[in-house]
Design a protein around this ligand. Structure first.
Ligand SMILES: [Zn+2]
Length: 101
């Protein structure tokens, strides 16, 4: 999937792993970030998302502002609430990128 090339390595690894286990129903999706309004090419499977976070429900809802549905990686990683909860690695990304809802 061409999209994978644009994703951070650790996220890519997760989806590749999911594929290999044959449990994947990964789809390419285009979402509009509720926070910055940018269009984001993302991935989605029943286990999680790549490139964005679904914040309308579930685990990630605690980082959402009122009315937000989907938030892109950049916005989420810049969120002080998110930063406070997740450790950041040397490359400036979060050490946990598995976005399961
Ligand atoms: Zn955004």
């Amino acid at each position: 999937m061409a999209l994978l090339g644009d994703m951070p390595k650790n996220q890519r690894a997760y989806f590749v792993e999911e594929n290999r286990n044959g449990v994947s129903d990964i789809k390419s999706v285009k979402i509009i970030c509720s926070r910055c309004g940018k269009t984001v090419d993302g991935l989605q499977s029943k286990y999680g998302t790549g490139g964005f976070y679904r914040v309308s429900e579930g685990h990630w809802a605690k980082y959402a502002n009122l009315g937000e549905i989907e938030v892109c990686d950049s916005c989420m990683w810049a969120d002080p609430r998110y930063k406070a909860d997740y450790q950041w690695n040397d490359s400036g990304g979060p050490s946990v990128t598995l976005t399961v809802w």
